[in-house]
Write a protein that binds this ligand. Sequence first.
Ligand SMILES: Nc1ncnc2c1ncn2[C@@H]1O[C@H](COP(=O)(O)OP(=O)(O)OP(=O)(O)O)[C@@H](O)[C@H]1O
Ligand SMILES: [Mg+2]
Length: 556
Amino acid sequence: MTITKSLPARAQAQLSVQEVRIQRGGHLVLDGVSLTVAPGNRWGVVGENGRGKSTLLHVLAGTLPPDAGSVHLIGTIGVAEQELRADDGATVADAVENELAAARSALRTLEVSSAALADGSPGAEEQYATALAAAEVLDAWDADRRVDVALEALGAVTDRSRRLAELSVGQRYRVRLACLLGAGHDFLLLDEPTNHLDAAGLAFLTDRLRSHPGGVVVVSHDRALLSDVATSVLDLDPSQDGRPRVYGDGFAGYQARRRAEVARWQVEFDEQQAEQARLAHDLSQAQHRLQTGWRPDKGTGKHQRATRAPGLVRAVHRRQEELRRHVVDAPEPPLRFRMPPLPGRPGVVLLRADDVRVTGRLPHSVSVEVQSGSRLVITGPNGAGKSTLLAVLAGELPPTAGRVHRSLAARVRLLRQESPRADTRTAAEVFAAHIQHLVQTGVGGGGAAVSLSGLGLFRSADLRRPVGDLSMGQQRRLDLALALASRPQVLLLDEPTNHLSIALVDELTEALQATDAAVVVATHDRQLQHDLDAWPRLAIETTSPSSPEQCEGLAS
Ligand SMILES: Nc1ncnc2c1ncn2[C@@H]1O[C@H](COP(=O)(O)OP(=O)(O)OP(=O)(O)O)[C@@H](O)[C@H]1O
Ligand SMILES: [Mg+2]
Protein backbone atom coordinates (compact mmCIF):
# COMPACT_ATOMS: atom_id res chain seq x y z
CA MET A 1 0.00 0.00 0.00
CA THR A 2 1.48 3.37 -1.02
CA ILE A 3 -0.03 6.33 0.80
CA THR A 4 1.33 9.86 0.69
CA LYS A 5 -1.20 12.27 2.05
CA SER A 6 0.25 15.23 3.86
CA LEU A 7 -0.33 17.90 1.20
CA PRO A 8 -2.66 18.14 -1.76
CA ALA A 9 -0.95 17.05 -4.96
CA ARG A 10 -3.49 18.80 -7.21
CA ALA A 11 -2.84 17.89 -10.87
CA GLN A 12 -0.37 15.17 -9.81
CA ALA A 13 -2.82 13.52 -7.40
CA GLN A 14 -3.40 9.79 -7.90
CA LEU A 15 -5.69 7.31 -6.24
CA SER A 16 -6.11 3.73 -7.33
CA VAL A 17 -6.85 0.24 -6.11
CA GLN A 18 -5.80 -2.83 -8.08
CA GLU A 19 -7.26 -6.33 -7.92
CA VAL A 20 -8.65 -5.81 -4.44
CA ARG A 21 -10.01 -8.81 -2.59
CA ILE A 22 -11.57 -8.55 0.87
CA GLN A 23 -13.63 -10.69 3.20
CA ARG A 24 -15.90 -9.38 5.94
CA GLY A 25 -17.64 -11.47 8.57
CA GLY A 26 -16.34 -14.61 6.85
CA HIS A 27 -17.89 -13.66 3.48
CA LEU A 28 -16.04 -12.71 0.33
CA VAL A 29 -17.25 -9.16 -0.35
CA LEU A 30 -14.96 -7.79 -3.05
CA ASP A 31 -12.84 -9.72 -5.52
CA GLY A 32 -10.83 -8.46 -8.47
CA VAL A 33 -11.90 -4.84 -8.01
CA SER A 34 -9.71 -2.22 -9.66
CA LEU A 35 -10.43 1.49 -9.84
CA THR A 36 -8.31 4.47 -10.83
CA VAL A 37 -9.40 7.96 -9.83
CA ALA A 38 -7.62 10.85 -11.47
CA PRO A 39 -8.21 14.58 -10.93
CA GLY A 40 -11.40 15.52 -12.77
CA ASN A 41 -12.84 11.97 -12.64
CA ARG A 42 -16.21 11.64 -10.93
CA TRP A 43 -17.07 8.04 -10.20
CA GLY A 44 -20.49 6.80 -9.16
CA VAL A 45 -20.41 3.44 -7.36
CA VAL A 46 -23.61 1.41 -7.51
CA GLY A 47 -24.78 -2.08 -6.54
CA GLU A 48 -27.31 -3.95 -4.48
CA ASN A 49 -27.38 -3.34 -0.71
CA GLY A 50 -24.58 -5.32 0.95
CA ARG A 51 -22.60 -5.59 -2.28
CA GLY A 52 -19.53 -3.88 -0.80
CA LYS A 53 -19.79 -0.22 -1.86
CA SER A 54 -18.94 1.18 1.58
CA THR A 55 -16.27 -1.49 1.99
CA LEU A 56 -14.64 -0.28 -1.24
CA LEU A 57 -14.73 3.32 -0.02
CA HIS A 58 -12.96 2.30 3.19
CA VAL A 59 -10.31 0.47 1.15
CA LEU A 60 -9.81 3.54 -1.07
CA ALA A 61 -9.56 5.72 2.03
CA GLY A 62 -6.84 3.45 3.42
CA THR A 63 -8.85 2.67 6.57
CA LEU A 64 -9.54 -0.98 5.70
CA PRO A 65 -6.56 -2.97 4.42
CA PRO A 66 -7.60 -5.44 1.70
CA ASP A 67 -6.75 -9.15 2.01
CA ALA A 68 -5.14 -8.95 -1.43
CA GLY A 69 -4.46 -6.25 -4.00
CA SER A 70 -2.92 -2.81 -3.71
CA VAL A 71 -3.92 0.74 -2.82
CA HIS A 72 -2.00 3.70 -4.17
CA LEU A 73 -2.50 7.32 -3.13
CA ILE A 74 -0.66 10.53 -3.85
CA GLY A 75 -2.45 13.55 -2.42
CA THR A 76 -5.13 14.06 0.21
CA ILE A 77 -8.51 12.45 0.77
CA GLY A 78 -11.67 13.57 2.53
CA VAL A 79 -14.16 10.85 3.47
CA ALA A 80 -17.82 11.17 4.46
CA GLU A 81 -18.82 7.78 5.81
CA GLN A 82 -22.34 6.43 5.50
CA GLU A 83 -22.60 5.95 9.24
CA LEU A 84 -21.35 8.77 11.39
CA ARG A 85 -20.60 8.27 15.05
CA ALA A 86 -19.75 11.18 17.31
CA ASP A 87 -16.93 11.09 19.83
CA ASP A 88 -18.02 12.08 23.30
CA GLY A 89 -17.55 15.75 23.90
CA ALA A 90 -16.40 16.64 20.35
CA THR A 91 -17.89 19.86 19.01
CA VAL A 92 -18.57 21.33 15.59
CA ALA A 93 -15.32 23.30 16.06
CA ASP A 94 -13.41 20.03 16.60
CA ALA A 95 -14.85 18.65 13.35
CA VAL A 96 -13.74 21.81 11.54
CA GLU A 97 -10.25 21.74 13.13
CA ASN A 98 -9.87 18.09 12.23
CA GLU A 99 -10.46 18.79 8.54
CA LEU A 100 -8.49 22.02 8.50
CA ALA A 101 -5.51 20.63 10.42
CA ALA A 102 -3.23 20.78 7.37
CA ALA A 103 -4.19 24.40 6.64
CA ARG A 104 -3.62 25.43 10.27
CA SER A 105 -0.29 23.71 10.44
CA ALA A 106 0.80 25.30 7.15
CA LEU A 107 -0.04 28.76 8.48
CA ARG A 108 1.82 28.09 11.74
CA THR A 109 4.90 26.90 9.85
CA LEU A 110 4.69 29.96 7.63
CA GLU A 111 4.58 32.19 10.68
CA VAL A 112 7.61 30.52 12.26
CA SER A 113 9.63 30.60 9.03
CA SER A 114 8.64 34.19 8.41
CA ALA A 115 10.02 35.11 11.87
CA ALA A 116 13.18 33.14 11.07
CA LEU A 117 13.47 35.04 7.81
CA ALA A 118 13.17 38.35 9.66
CA ASP A 119 15.90 37.19 12.06
CA GLY A 120 18.13 36.30 9.12
CA SER A 121 18.51 32.69 10.38
CA PRO A 122 20.53 30.39 8.11
CA GLY A 123 18.41 28.45 5.59
CA ALA A 124 15.36 30.60 6.46
CA GLU A 125 14.72 31.64 2.88
CA GLU A 126 14.33 28.06 1.72
CA GLN A 127 12.12 27.16 4.68
CA TYR A 128 9.97 30.18 4.05
CA ALA A 129 9.56 29.34 0.35
CA THR A 130 8.51 25.75 1.22
CA ALA A 131 6.06 26.94 3.89
CA LEU A 132 4.58 29.53 1.53
CA ALA A 133 4.13 26.95 -1.21
CA ALA A 134 2.34 24.60 1.24
CA ALA A 135 0.01 27.37 2.45
CA GLU A 136 -0.71 28.36 -1.13
CA VAL A 137 -1.53 24.88 -2.36
CA LEU A 138 -3.97 24.57 0.56
CA ASP A 139 -5.22 28.12 0.09
CA ALA A 140 -4.94 28.03 3.86
CA TRP A 141 -5.99 31.67 4.47
CA ASP A 142 -9.39 31.01 2.90
CA ALA A 143 -10.11 27.66 4.56
CA ASP A 144 -12.42 28.94 7.32
CA ARG A 145 -14.45 30.99 4.89
CA ARG A 146 -14.89 27.98 2.62
CA VAL A 147 -16.12 25.86 5.53
CA ASP A 148 -18.50 28.61 6.65
CA VAL A 149 -19.94 28.93 3.13
CA ALA A 150 -20.47 25.17 2.98
CA LEU A 151 -21.99 24.98 6.49
CA GLU A 152 -24.43 27.70 5.53
CA ALA A 153 -25.29 26.27 2.11
CA LEU A 154 -25.86 22.75 3.44
CA GLY A 155 -28.10 24.04 6.22
CA ALA A 156 -25.62 22.69 8.77
CA VAL A 157 -25.21 23.88 12.34
CA THR A 158 -22.97 26.96 12.16
CA ASP A 159 -22.55 27.35 15.93
CA ARG A 160 -19.11 25.80 16.39
CA SER A 161 -19.58 25.25 20.11
CA ARG A 162 -22.38 22.70 19.62
CA ARG A 163 -21.53 19.14 20.68
CA LEU A 164 -21.73 16.64 17.81
CA ALA A 165 -23.26 13.94 20.02
CA GLU A 166 -26.23 16.22 20.66
CA LEU A 167 -26.92 16.75 16.97
CA SER A 168 -29.18 14.54 14.88
CA VAL A 169 -27.53 12.11 12.47
CA GLY A 170 -28.49 14.40 9.60
CA GLN A 171 -27.07 17.49 11.30
CA ARG A 172 -23.82 15.65 12.03
CA TYR A 173 -23.57 14.45 8.46
CA ARG A 174 -24.05 17.97 7.10
CA VAL A 175 -21.34 19.34 9.41
CA ARG A 176 -18.94 16.64 8.25
CA LEU A 177 -19.77 17.20 4.59
CA ALA A 178 -19.34 20.97 4.88
CA CYS A 179 -15.93 20.52 6.51
CA LEU A 180 -14.87 18.18 3.71
CA LEU A 181 -16.07 20.53 0.98
CA GLY A 182 -14.25 23.41 2.62
CA ALA A 183 -10.99 21.57 3.27
CA GLY A 184 -9.92 21.40 -0.38
CA HIS A 185 -8.82 17.74 -0.50
CA ASP A 186 -7.66 16.22 -3.78
CA PHE A 187 -10.14 13.36 -3.49
CA LEU A 188 -13.61 13.31 -2.02
CA LEU A 189 -15.07 9.92 -1.09
CA LEU A 190 -18.74 10.30 -0.20
CA ASP A 191 -20.99 7.48 0.97
CA GLU A 192 -24.69 8.21 0.40
CA PRO A 193 -24.21 11.97 0.74
CA THR A 194 -27.78 12.90 -0.20
CA ASN A 195 -29.48 11.09 2.68
CA HIS A 196 -29.57 14.13 4.89
CA LEU A 197 -29.76 17.03 2.44
CA ASP A 198 -32.74 19.14 1.43
CA ALA A 199 -33.27 20.66 -2.01
CA ALA A 200 -30.92 23.62 -1.39
CA GLY A 201 -28.22 21.36 0.08
CA LEU A 202 -28.53 18.97 -2.86
CA ALA A 203 -28.10 21.79 -5.35
CA PHE A 204 -25.00 23.05 -3.50
CA LEU A 205 -23.46 19.60 -3.26
CA THR A 206 -24.13 18.87 -6.93
CA ASP A 207 -22.52 22.14 -7.95
CA ARG A 208 -19.47 21.63 -5.72
CA LEU A 209 -18.89 18.09 -6.92
CA ARG A 210 -19.22 19.09 -10.58
CA SER A 211 -16.68 21.86 -10.14
CA HIS A 212 -14.30 19.92 -7.87
CA PRO A 213 -10.90 19.98 -9.56
CA GLY A 214 -9.79 16.74 -7.89
CA GLY A 215 -11.35 13.28 -8.08
CA VAL A 216 -14.71 12.26 -6.64
CA VAL A 217 -16.05 8.83 -5.71
CA VAL A 218 -19.68 8.89 -4.68
CA VAL A 219 -21.72 5.93 -3.51
CA SER A 220 -25.36 6.76 -3.93
CA HIS A 221 -28.86 5.44 -4.53
CA ASP A 222 -29.83 8.96 -5.64
CA ARG A 223 -30.46 8.71 -9.37
CA ALA A 224 -30.69 12.48 -9.78
CA LEU A 225 -27.28 13.04 -8.15
CA LEU A 226 -25.66 10.25 -10.18
CA SER A 227 -27.12 11.67 -13.39
CA ASP A 228 -25.87 15.15 -12.56
CA VAL A 229 -22.44 14.23 -11.26
CA ALA A 230 -21.05 10.85 -12.36
CA THR A 231 -18.83 10.79 -15.41
CA SER A 232 -18.10 7.08 -14.92
CA VAL A 233 -19.88 4.30 -13.05
CA LEU A 234 -18.50 1.25 -11.24
CA ASP A 235 -21.18 -1.41 -10.85
CA LEU A 236 -20.43 -4.03 -8.18
CA ASP A 237 -23.43 -6.22 -9.06
CA PRO A 238 -22.65 -9.60 -10.62
CA SER A 239 -21.78 -9.67 -14.29
CA GLN A 240 -21.39 -12.44 -16.82
CA ASP A 241 -17.63 -12.79 -16.35
CA GLY A 242 -17.92 -12.35 -12.59
CA ARG A 243 -15.96 -9.08 -12.53
CA PRO A 244 -17.20 -5.64 -11.52
CA ARG A 245 -18.15 -3.54 -14.55
CA VAL A 246 -16.93 -0.09 -15.42
CA TYR A 247 -18.91 2.31 -17.63
CA GLY A 248 -17.43 5.52 -18.92
CA ASP A 249 -20.38 7.43 -20.27
CA GLY A 250 -22.24 8.81 -17.29
CA PHE A 251 -25.20 7.39 -15.40
CA ALA A 252 -27.66 7.32 -18.31
CA GLY A 253 -25.08 5.51 -20.45
CA TYR A 254 -24.47 3.05 -17.64
CA GLN A 255 -28.19 2.31 -17.24
CA ALA A 256 -28.70 1.65 -20.94
CA ARG A 257 -25.61 -0.51 -21.35
CA ARG A 258 -26.17 -2.43 -18.15
CA ARG A 259 -29.75 -3.26 -19.17
CA ALA A 260 -28.56 -4.43 -22.60
CA GLU A 261 -25.79 -6.55 -21.04
CA VAL A 262 -28.10 -8.29 -18.61
CA ALA A 263 -30.62 -8.94 -21.40
CA ARG A 264 -27.89 -10.40 -23.66
CA TRP A 265 -26.57 -12.51 -20.77
CA GLN A 266 -30.05 -13.89 -20.19
CA VAL A 267 -30.51 -14.68 -23.92
CA GLU A 268 -27.16 -16.51 -24.06
CA PHE A 269 -28.05 -18.42 -20.94
CA ASP A 270 -31.47 -19.39 -22.30
CA GLU A 271 -29.94 -20.46 -25.63
CA GLN A 272 -27.37 -22.58 -23.88
CA GLN A 273 -29.98 -24.22 -21.66
CA ALA A 274 -32.00 -25.09 -24.78
CA GLU A 275 -28.89 -26.43 -26.54
CA GLN A 276 -27.97 -28.59 -23.55
CA ALA A 277 -31.51 -29.95 -23.33
CA ARG A 278 -31.39 -30.82 -27.05
CA LEU A 279 -28.00 -32.51 -26.68
CA ALA A 280 -29.13 -34.50 -23.64
CA HIS A 281 -32.10 -35.70 -25.68
CA ASP A 282 -29.89 -36.62 -28.68
CA LEU A 283 -27.49 -38.43 -26.41
CA SER A 284 -30.13 -40.51 -24.70
CA GLN A 285 -31.61 -41.43 -28.08
CA ALA A 286 -28.21 -42.46 -29.42
CA GLN A 287 -27.52 -44.54 -26.31
CA HIS A 288 -30.92 -46.16 -26.62
CA ARG A 289 -30.22 -47.05 -30.24
CA LEU A 290 -26.91 -48.63 -29.29
CA GLN A 291 -28.52 -50.72 -26.55
CA THR A 292 -31.32 -51.94 -28.79
CA GLY A 293 -28.92 -52.88 -31.64
CA TRP A 294 -30.38 -50.22 -33.98
CA ARG A 295 -29.03 -50.26 -37.53
CA PRO A 296 -29.47 -47.73 -40.31
CA ASP A 297 -31.94 -48.47 -43.07
CA LYS A 298 -31.17 -51.08 -45.69
CA GLY A 299 -29.05 -49.78 -48.49
CA THR A 300 -26.63 -47.97 -46.19
CA GLY A 301 -23.02 -49.17 -46.63
CA LYS A 302 -21.81 -51.97 -44.29
CA HIS A 303 -19.03 -49.89 -42.69
CA GLN A 304 -21.31 -46.95 -42.09
CA ARG A 305 -23.97 -49.26 -40.60
CA ALA A 306 -21.49 -50.54 -38.00
CA THR A 307 -20.06 -47.18 -36.85
CA ARG A 308 -22.75 -44.58 -37.16
CA ALA A 309 -24.41 -44.97 -33.75
CA PRO A 310 -21.21 -44.94 -31.63
CA GLY A 311 -19.99 -42.04 -33.78
CA LEU A 312 -23.13 -40.15 -32.91
CA VAL A 313 -22.54 -40.76 -29.21
CA ARG A 314 -18.95 -39.54 -29.52
CA ALA A 315 -20.09 -36.40 -31.34
CA VAL A 316 -22.67 -35.63 -28.69
CA HIS A 317 -20.12 -36.16 -25.92
CA ARG A 318 -17.69 -33.87 -27.68
CA ARG A 319 -20.31 -31.16 -27.98
CA GLN A 320 -21.32 -31.55 -24.34
CA GLU A 321 -17.70 -31.30 -23.24
CA GLU A 322 -17.35 -28.15 -25.34
CA LEU A 323 -20.42 -26.62 -23.74
CA ARG A 324 -19.15 -27.44 -20.28
CA ARG A 325 -15.92 -25.60 -21.04
CA HIS A 326 -17.79 -22.49 -22.19
CA VAL A 327 -20.58 -22.58 -19.70
CA VAL A 328 -22.51 -19.31 -19.30
CA ASP A 329 -23.33 -18.74 -15.65
CA ALA A 330 -26.96 -18.22 -14.86
CA PRO A 331 -27.58 -14.53 -14.20
CA GLU A 332 -27.98 -14.29 -10.44
CA PRO A 333 -31.67 -13.67 -10.06
CA PRO A 334 -31.87 -10.11 -8.73
CA LEU A 335 -33.79 -9.69 -5.50
CA ARG A 336 -37.26 -8.49 -6.30
CA PHE A 337 -39.37 -6.75 -3.67
CA ARG A 338 -42.88 -8.13 -3.30
CA MET A 339 -45.20 -5.81 -1.41
CA PRO A 340 -47.67 -7.82 0.67
CA PRO A 341 -51.33 -6.95 0.10
CA LEU A 342 -52.23 -4.24 2.61
CA PRO A 343 -55.84 -3.67 3.58
CA GLY A 344 -57.97 -0.67 2.73
CA ARG A 345 -61.20 0.42 4.42
CA PRO A 346 -62.75 2.59 1.72
CA GLY A 347 -64.33 5.82 2.91
CA VAL A 348 -62.93 5.59 6.44
CA VAL A 349 -60.83 8.38 7.93
CA LEU A 350 -58.09 6.41 9.68
CA LEU A 351 -56.07 9.22 11.12
CA ARG A 352 -56.43 12.94 11.62
CA ALA A 353 -54.16 15.56 13.12
CA ASP A 354 -55.78 18.91 13.91
CA ASP A 355 -53.50 21.94 14.23
CA VAL A 356 -50.64 19.95 15.73
CA ARG A 357 -47.46 21.71 16.76
CA VAL A 358 -44.38 20.61 18.68
CA THR A 359 -42.34 23.26 20.39
CA GLY A 360 -38.90 23.62 18.87
CA ARG A 361 -39.48 20.87 16.32
CA LEU A 362 -42.63 21.61 14.35
CA PRO A 363 -43.10 25.35 14.76
CA HIS A 364 -46.17 25.82 12.53
CA SER A 365 -49.41 24.08 13.31
CA VAL A 366 -50.29 21.48 10.71
CA SER A 367 -53.53 19.61 9.97
CA VAL A 368 -53.57 16.33 8.11
CA GLU A 369 -56.40 13.92 7.36
CA VAL A 370 -55.55 10.41 6.24
CA GLN A 371 -58.38 8.51 4.61
CA SER A 372 -58.08 4.85 3.79
CA GLY A 373 -56.04 4.50 0.59
CA SER A 374 -55.09 8.18 0.48
CA ARG A 375 -51.68 9.48 -0.52
CA LEU A 376 -49.54 12.35 0.71
CA VAL A 377 -46.00 13.58 0.09
CA ILE A 378 -44.49 15.80 2.78
CA THR A 379 -41.66 18.05 1.68
CA GLY A 380 -39.72 20.84 3.32
CA PRO A 381 -36.21 21.99 4.15
CA ASN A 382 -34.01 20.31 6.75
CA GLY A 383 -35.30 20.94 10.22
CA ALA A 384 -38.80 21.93 9.11
CA GLY A 385 -40.31 19.12 11.20
CA LYS A 386 -41.16 16.40 8.67
CA SER A 387 -39.95 13.56 10.91
CA THR A 388 -41.61 15.20 13.91
CA LEU A 389 -44.95 15.33 12.10
CA LEU A 390 -44.66 11.66 11.14
CA ALA A 391 -43.82 10.72 14.74
CA VAL A 392 -46.89 12.68 15.91
CA LEU A 393 -49.09 10.92 13.33
CA ALA A 394 -47.63 7.55 14.40
CA GLY A 395 -48.62 8.31 18.00
CA GLU A 396 -45.00 8.17 19.12
CA LEU A 397 -44.71 11.82 20.06
CA PRO A 398 -47.41 13.85 21.82
CA PRO A 399 -47.96 17.24 20.18
CA THR A 400 -47.48 20.37 22.29
CA ALA A 401 -50.68 21.77 20.81
CA GLY A 402 -53.46 20.32 18.70
CA ARG A 403 -54.93 16.82 18.69
CA VAL A 404 -54.49 13.52 16.90
CA HIS A 405 -57.54 11.31 16.29
CA ARG A 406 -57.01 7.73 15.25
CA SER A 407 -59.73 5.36 14.11
CA LEU A 408 -60.12 2.46 16.52
CA ALA A 409 -58.08 -0.53 15.35
CA ALA A 410 -56.32 1.46 12.62
CA ARG A 411 -52.91 -0.10 12.17
CA VAL A 412 -50.40 2.69 11.60
CA ARG A 413 -46.72 1.92 11.03
CA LEU A 414 -43.76 4.28 10.75
CA LEU A 415 -40.54 3.56 8.86
CA ARG A 416 -38.07 5.82 10.65
CA GLN A 417 -35.42 7.83 8.89
CA GLU A 418 -32.61 5.87 10.54
CA SER A 419 -32.23 2.26 11.59
CA PRO A 420 -32.17 1.56 15.32
CA ARG A 421 -28.93 0.38 16.95
CA ALA A 422 -27.32 -2.81 15.71
CA ASP A 423 -28.64 -6.06 17.13
CA THR A 424 -26.70 -9.28 17.79
CA ARG A 425 -29.69 -11.39 16.70
CA THR A 426 -30.09 -12.41 13.08
CA ALA A 427 -32.53 -10.65 10.77
CA ALA A 428 -34.72 -13.76 10.79
CA GLU A 429 -34.78 -13.80 14.62
CA VAL A 430 -35.62 -10.10 14.88
CA PHE A 431 -38.49 -10.52 12.42
CA ALA A 432 -39.79 -13.68 14.15
CA ALA A 433 -39.71 -11.94 17.55
CA HIS A 434 -41.65 -9.03 16.05
CA ILE A 435 -44.32 -11.31 14.61
CA GLN A 436 -44.61 -13.07 17.97
CA HIS A 437 -45.02 -9.71 19.69
CA LEU A 438 -47.76 -8.77 17.20
CA VAL A 439 -49.59 -12.02 17.91
CA GLN A 440 -49.23 -11.61 21.69
CA THR A 441 -50.50 -8.05 21.62
CA GLY A 442 -53.44 -9.07 19.45
CA VAL A 443 -52.43 -6.97 16.45
CA GLY A 444 -53.98 -9.05 13.70
CA GLY A 445 -52.25 -9.03 10.36
CA GLY A 446 -55.44 -8.58 8.32
CA GLY A 447 -54.61 -11.81 6.49
CA ALA A 448 -51.91 -14.45 6.49
CA ALA A 449 -48.75 -13.51 8.37
CA VAL A 450 -46.21 -11.69 6.26
CA SER A 451 -43.20 -13.92 5.60
CA LEU A 452 -39.80 -12.28 5.63
CA SER A 453 -38.42 -14.41 2.80
CA GLY A 454 -41.59 -13.76 0.79
CA LEU A 455 -40.89 -10.01 0.76
CA GLY A 456 -37.86 -10.50 -1.48
CA LEU A 457 -35.74 -8.08 0.54
CA PHE A 458 -32.95 -10.49 1.52
CA ARG A 459 -30.94 -13.33 0.13
CA SER A 460 -31.46 -16.32 2.41
CA ALA A 461 -27.82 -16.40 3.63
CA ASP A 462 -28.14 -12.80 4.86
CA LEU A 463 -31.22 -13.65 6.93
CA ARG A 464 -28.99 -15.83 9.10
CA ARG A 465 -26.39 -13.12 9.78
CA PRO A 466 -26.34 -10.88 12.87
CA VAL A 467 -28.08 -7.59 12.13
CA GLY A 468 -24.99 -5.72 13.35
CA ASP A 469 -22.96 -7.29 10.53
CA LEU A 470 -25.41 -6.24 7.83
CA SER A 471 -24.81 -3.20 5.65
CA MET A 472 -26.76 0.00 6.31
CA GLY A 473 -29.11 -0.69 3.41
CA GLN A 474 -29.70 -4.24 4.58
CA GLN A 475 -30.59 -2.95 8.06
CA ARG A 476 -33.03 -0.52 6.49
CA ARG A 477 -34.55 -3.38 4.48
CA LEU A 478 -35.20 -5.13 7.79
CA ASP A 479 -36.91 -2.00 9.12
CA LEU A 480 -39.12 -1.95 6.04
CA ALA A 481 -40.00 -5.60 6.57
CA LEU A 482 -40.87 -4.90 10.24
CA ALA A 483 -43.07 -1.97 9.20
CA LEU A 484 -44.96 -4.18 6.75
CA ALA A 485 -45.25 -7.20 9.07
CA SER A 486 -48.56 -6.18 10.62
CA ARG A 487 -50.10 -5.32 7.22
CA PRO A 488 -50.75 -1.71 8.25
CA GLN A 489 -53.60 0.34 6.84
CA VAL A 490 -51.48 3.46 7.13
CA LEU A 491 -47.81 3.46 6.15
CA LEU A 492 -45.79 6.46 7.27
CA LEU A 493 -42.42 6.52 5.52
CA ASP A 494 -39.66 8.87 6.59
CA GLU A 495 -37.14 9.31 3.76
CA PRO A 496 -37.85 5.78 2.51
CA THR A 497 -35.22 5.87 -0.22
CA ASN A 498 -32.30 6.53 2.15
CA HIS A 499 -29.72 3.73 2.03
CA LEU A 500 -31.86 1.53 -0.25
CA SER A 501 -30.48 0.32 -3.56
CA ILE A 502 -31.62 1.92 -6.83
CA ALA A 503 -33.49 -1.24 -7.87
CA LEU A 504 -35.39 -1.42 -4.58
CA VAL A 505 -36.24 2.28 -4.70
CA ASP A 506 -37.87 1.72 -8.10
CA GLU A 507 -39.78 -1.36 -6.91
CA LEU A 508 -40.91 0.33 -3.71
CA THR A 509 -42.11 3.39 -5.62
CA GLU A 510 -44.22 1.18 -7.85
CA ALA A 511 -45.60 -0.76 -4.87
CA LEU A 512 -46.55 2.41 -2.97
CA GLN A 513 -48.52 3.63 -5.96
CA ALA A 514 -50.48 0.38 -6.14
CA THR A 515 -51.18 -0.50 -2.49
CA ASP A 516 -54.65 -0.22 -0.91
CA ALA A 517 -53.13 1.16 2.29
CA ALA A 518 -52.86 4.89 2.90
CA VAL A 519 -49.31 6.14 2.36
CA VAL A 520 -47.65 9.24 3.75
CA VAL A 521 -44.10 9.83 2.53
CA ALA A 522 -41.65 12.47 3.74
CA THR A 523 -38.89 12.79 1.20
CA HIS A 524 -36.25 15.08 -0.23
CA ASP A 525 -35.46 12.55 -2.99
CA ARG A 526 -35.92 14.46 -6.25
CA GLN A 527 -36.58 11.37 -8.33
CA LEU A 528 -39.16 10.04 -5.85
CA GLN A 529 -40.85 13.44 -5.70
CA HIS A 530 -40.99 13.41 -9.47
CA ASP A 531 -42.34 9.84 -9.60
CA LEU A 532 -45.03 10.75 -7.06
CA ASP A 533 -45.90 14.13 -8.56
CA ALA A 534 -49.55 13.14 -8.95
CA TRP A 535 -49.89 12.77 -5.16
CA PRO A 536 -51.17 15.61 -2.96
CA ARG A 537 -48.34 17.51 -1.37
CA LEU A 538 -47.80 19.14 2.00
CA ALA A 539 -44.87 21.55 2.01
CA ILE A 540 -43.73 22.37 5.52
CA GLU A 541 -41.80 25.60 5.72
CA THR A 542 -39.72 27.02 8.52
CA THR A 543 -39.97 30.67 7.54
CA SER A 544 -43.38 32.23 8.24
CA PRO A 545 -44.96 31.12 11.51
CA SER A 546 -47.97 33.29 10.78
CA SER A 547 -49.22 31.14 7.91
CA PRO A 548 -49.67 27.58 9.10
CA GLU A 549 -49.74 24.93 6.41
CA GLN A 550 -52.95 23.02 5.99
CA CYS A 551 -53.59 19.88 4.07
CA GLU A 552 -56.93 18.22 4.51
CA GLY A 553 -59.27 15.89 2.72
CA LEU A 554 -56.56 14.08 0.84
CA ALA A 555 -57.38 12.48 -2.46
CA SER A 556 -57.27 8.71 -2.66
N1 LIG B 1 -18.29 -4.75 10.34
C1 LIG B 1 -18.68 -5.78 9.60
N2 LIG B 1 -18.59 -7.05 10.04
C2 LIG B 1 -18.97 -8.08 9.29
N3 LIG B 1 -19.48 -7.97 8.05
C3 LIG B 1 -19.60 -6.73 7.55
C4 LIG B 1 -19.22 -5.58 8.29
N4 LIG B 1 -19.47 -4.49 7.55
C5 LIG B 1 -20.00 -4.93 6.39
N5 LIG B 1 -20.07 -6.27 6.39
C6 LIG B 1 -20.57 -7.11 5.32
O1 LIG B 1 -19.89 -6.79 4.12
C7 LIG B 1 -20.78 -6.77 3.03
C8 LIG B 1 -20.66 -5.42 2.32
O2 LIG B 1 -21.08 -4.39 3.19
P1 LIG B 1 -21.06 -2.88 2.72
O3 LIG B 1 -21.48 -2.08 3.90
O4 LIG B 1 -19.76 -2.59 2.11
O5 LIG B 1 -22.20 -2.91 1.60
P2 LIG B 1 -22.84 -1.71 0.76
O6 LIG B 1 -22.76 -2.09 -0.67
O7 LIG B 1 -22.21 -0.44 1.17
O8 LIG B 1 -24.34 -1.79 1.22
P3 LIG B 1 -25.44 -0.61 1.43
O9 LIG B 1 -25.97 -0.31 0.08
O10 LIG B 1 -26.47 -1.27 2.25
O11 LIG B 1 -24.78 0.53 2.10
C9 LIG B 1 -22.16 -7.05 3.57
O12 LIG B 1 -22.45 -8.39 3.35
C10 LIG B 1 -22.04 -6.79 5.05
O13 LIG B 1 -22.90 -7.63 5.75
MG1 LIG C 1 -22.92 1.18 2.19
